[in-house]
Design a protein around this ligand. Sequence first.
Ligand SMILES: *Cc1c(COP(=O)(O)O)cnc(C)c1O
Length: 372
Amino acid sequence: MNEFRAAVIDLDAVTANIRHLRDVIGTPHTMAVVKANAYGHGAVRVAATALAAGVDWLGVADIAEALELRQAGISAPVLAWLHGPDADFTAAIAADVDLGLSSTAQLHQVAESAAALGRTAQIQLKLETGLSRNGVHESDWAAVFALAAELERSGQVRVRGIMSHLSNTSPDDDSRANALFERGLAQAIAAGLNPTLAHLASTAGALRCAATRHSMVRLGIGIYGLSPFDDASSRDLGLRPAMTLRGQIAAVRRVPAGAGVSYDYTWRSPEETTLALVPLGYADGVPRQASGRASVRIGTADYPVVGRIAMDQFVVNVGNAAVAVGDDIVLFGDPELGEPGAVDWADAASTVNYDIVTRIGNRVPRVYTGGA
Ligand SMILES: *Cc1c(COP(=O)(O)O)cnc(C)c1O
């Protein structure tokens, strides 16, 4: 491959991860979460691959993300669950996007948009079960369920699902959230609603807390082949990382002992050595916090990042290795192939693997392998 810099996305890995997760989890429905440009992997390509691999729902955070899928010709069910006060519910309803809703105010807005269009909005009610984010609090369940039932009878909405989201704090916390969710679900049904979907678990809950699976799970990080757990690798979970962030050496320089490297000279060479320049920087999502802490793969060895990671580039110390301009560099990919993992960069930058893949910038072309 001769890209100067690229995020190579292996769609066959996405397919294999989805098949494996569906086998292990076994829920009647599976949602692939493709928000945030599919965690940096490319929403449309991943969505198409995920549908071909057997998922029947797509999930995104906001309406603009859902409309991007529709504009690309994807007609499968899509749910969007995070809305600002001026969200374009009309566009979402017109495009057959399910809306995750969290308040009577949102229900009124959606009902009005649906009435104006002469259509029924497909909605899913989001319950607060412990995250303290935007779900409907238990004290408001009765009012929200009653209003939803009334709007259902008048044809403005159809409540297809009841949902919530886990904190993944501990098995106890997730069990408590699940119990509250089940209470909410029962109360919704008692209020006359007839949801066909109940969903609570993302990848972590789906894998480690079977009781939270209900009729659908929402899988994000797992389909990208990364682990949501500190104590289990991709391989431990039977997953393969889909993204490889790579580049080509842009310059090679032999320097004497004492040479300063990059801004502020946070590193000076203790001895004569060879430095290689990597043409990716924090504008490309390489975390500046990993300066002096991460490594990259060149050939069959790992070499440390030295000095500050700059906006467009950083330097690695290759010692006396014979490297040349144009040689392939892997920042992260599949640890099973000997490459650093996204998790290694996450550890170096004190963050999580989700953050590492999702932050890869627009300047990095996505290059696809495999897939339909
Ligand atoms: C992002 C998100 C998910 C996916 O979580 P993973 O840990 O990546 O599997 C599921 N549900 C909701 C509501 C989300 O915001």
